[in-house]
Design a binder for this molecule. Structure first.
Ligand code: LMR
Length: 330
């Protein structure tokens, strides 16, 4: 009798266990390197909110901002290993995996974020989004941040002013050549290390968007920010391919819709977040913003654009031409 009760209880536990297992929600860890108040930070939180609202009890999204879980190179590895399921690195950080995405790093290629958006929506842009799936990164969407400015502790009005200075760059060969073309010394470095490197003088300057400069407090350790708008920081939200393709089809469809809506949400906010952060930097009085004249900007363009030729072979002339074409609306 006693044995029978034990057996029944054990069966009960086993049954409960099975039922509980069947109800275990799918956990999506979404890791990124920026602050929550940035376009990417806001997009990630929106994705979490929508996914958990629409798939209650079936999906849990944990967002880890600020390199809390993994920094730049580590998050790319962690995604492949399945330690996180979604990341959204800047397009510059895919260098190791595809050469074509380097197009986004070419200086002065895009006139503005609208042009970038047109290129990303074009057939070539969409092919690039899907091009990494076989390498383990399923491209879900492009996310905007915005145009890059150039900061340093000396005013950078003309390219010659950057000569001999050390600049932190993202892990991108195009960006490396861009600074070499100025006679400057580029240093690849993870985003999480930049503030300290600027503060201690390991590097003299860096390039980034207003929202990244403000949220990381770079303006507190850089006396000048030249408004060059010479390049772009945008992202690709990617999922681990095995994880994403292994999801139940109905769940994946809902998550794709959540991703599309989170993308629109973040992209619609990007320009206003960057504008507000620029104003906060001005108001702080910590860093002086240098507005450049058309003639000065033309000098920067002239100094930087020779790098196109160096990367034309790797990127493909067709891709560069399609990107340039996106500058015109017709
Ligand atoms: C950087 O490393 O400067 C940026 O790519 C960080 C980011 O994710 O915006």
């Amino acid at each position: 009798m006693k044995n029978a009760i034990v057996a029944l209880v054990a069966a009960g536990i086993a049954l409960t266990g099975t039922a509980a297992d069947a109800q275990q929600p799918v956990k999506i860890k979404f890791s990124h390197v920026v602050a929550e108040a940035t376009p990417k930070g806001q997009g990630a939180l929106k994705f979490k909110q929508l996914a958990e609202e629409r798939l209650p009890g079936r999906v849990v999204v944990e967002v880890y901002p600020n390199s809390q879980l993994f920094g730049d190179a580590k998050e790319m590895e962690a995604l492949l290993l399945g330690d996180v399921q979604i990341i959204a690195p800047s397009l510059s950080k895919f260098d190791k995996f595809t050469k074509k995405l380097q197009v986004f790093d070419l200086p002065f290629l895009f006139d503005d974020v609208e042009a970038i958006d047109r290129f990303q929506r074009s057939p070539i842009g969409q092919d690039l989004l899907k091009s990494l799936a076989s390498k383990g990164y399923t491209g879900l969407a492009y996310w905007h941040n915005g145009m890059k400015e150039l900061s340093a502790n000396k005013p950078l009005a003309l390219p010659a002013d950057a000569k001999g200075l050390k600049f932190r760059i993202q892990a991108s060969n195009v960006l490396e050549e861009q600074f070499k073309a100025l006679g400057a010394n580029p240093q690849k470095m993870a985003f999480a290390e930049v503030y300290q490197a600027l503060q201690t003088g390991v590097v003299d300057g860096q390039e980034n968007t207003w929202s990244n400069i403000y949220s990381q407090k770079f303006h507190e350790v850089q006396k000048y920010i030249a408004e060059t708008n010479h390049g772009v920081i945008d992202y690709m939200a990617v999922a681990n391919t095995k994880f994403w393709s292994g999801l139940p089809a109905d769940m994946r469809a809902v998550l794709e819709q959540c991703m599309a809506e989170a993308t629109k949400f973040g992209n619609d906010l990007a320009a206003s977040i960057n504008a507000a952060d620029k104003k906060r930097i001005v108001d702080s009085g910590r860093s002086q913003i240098i507005a450049l004249t058309k003639a000065q900007l033309a000098e920067w363009r002239k100094a930087m654009t020779p790098v196109y030729k160096k990367f034309e072979g790797e990127i493909g002339k067709d891709v560069i031409d399609a990107a340039l074409k996106a500058n015109t609306t017709s």
